[in-house]
Design a protein around this ligand. Structure first.
Ligand SMILES: Nc1ncnc2c1ncn2[C@@H]1O[C@H](COP(=O)(O)OP(=O)(O)OP(=O)(O)O)[C@@H](O)[C@H]1O
Ligand SMILES: Nc1nc2c(c(=O)[nH]1)N[C@H]1C(S)=C(S)[C@@H](COP(=O)(O)O)O[C@H]1N2
Length: 173
């Protein structure tokens, strides 16, 4: 069965200072949109290159999930090191994901350009970064998810079908 990793990256949510709203928002979004069987693998980690890289490697190489959606740590603050962790673990970067999410997010907030979010592959896993704000989850996933099932096909990951009344996935003929 397809496994989807949901990785929340936040100093305060990982310490319990506030409740993680972004990880559950990703899970709820997927429950609405993904029609084929899948199981979530949820993890929460503090910011920091080493911690985030270790969590990503564990999800890809041990859990062998098909897709990882991260949230948080993509900005310019000193502790925001999700892109540095991505650079350490990715085999192929897919720059279009970050470009599209920033462009669409500009319709919501001018600070969208502060996110260094990206995506890429490690083995048969696709990793996609989302910003930390719970309100960024829907707009970001709506933008890039139509290309995700075909990307998973291309890398030899599991097959995902979407619920067409919610989102139409594009697979070129
Ligand atoms: N996982 C989350 N759950 C709920 N709210 C969040 C989450 N991540 C971020 N936020 C909210 O969005 C704001 C900005 O997010 P950002 O990732 O920049 O936080 P931060 O200042 O790096 O702090 P932290 O890493 O402790 O979450 C936070 O102050 C918080 O209100
Ligand atoms: N759609 C969307 N994108 C967004 C935001 C948002 O609220 N909505 N916040 C921006 C802000 S304020 C920052 S600092 C960066 C990085 O956020 P992160 O460090 O939580 O990943 O994402 C940006 N992208």
């Amino acid at each position: 069965m397809v496994q989807i990793g949901i990785l929340t990256i936040s100093d305060r949510a990982s310490r319990g200072v506030y409740e993680d709203k972004s990880g559950p928002a990703i899970q709820a979004w997927l429950e609405r949109v993904v029609a084929s069987p899948w199981t979530p693998v949820y993890r929460i980690v503090s910011d920091g290159r080493k911690e985030v890289a270790e969590s990503l490697v564990a999800l890809c190489d041990q859990d062998k999930v098909d897709l990882v959606l991260t949230t948080g740590g993509t900005g310019p603050a000193p502790r925001d090191e999700t892109p540095e962790a991505m650079a350490a673990v990715l085999e192929k970067e897919l720059m279009g994901f970050g470009e599209l999410m920033r462009r669409i997010s500009l319709e919501q907030t001018p600070t969208a350009i502060l996110s260094r979010q990206t995506a890429g592959t490690r083995g048969r896993t696709l990793i996609v970064n989302l910003p930390g704000k719970p309100s960024s989850i829907d707009i970001s996933l709506k933008a890039v998810f139509p290309a995700i099932p075909y990307c998973l096909d291309l890398i030899g990951a599991g097959r995902i079908e979407t619920n067409p009344s919610e989102l139409v996935a594009f697979r070129p003929a």
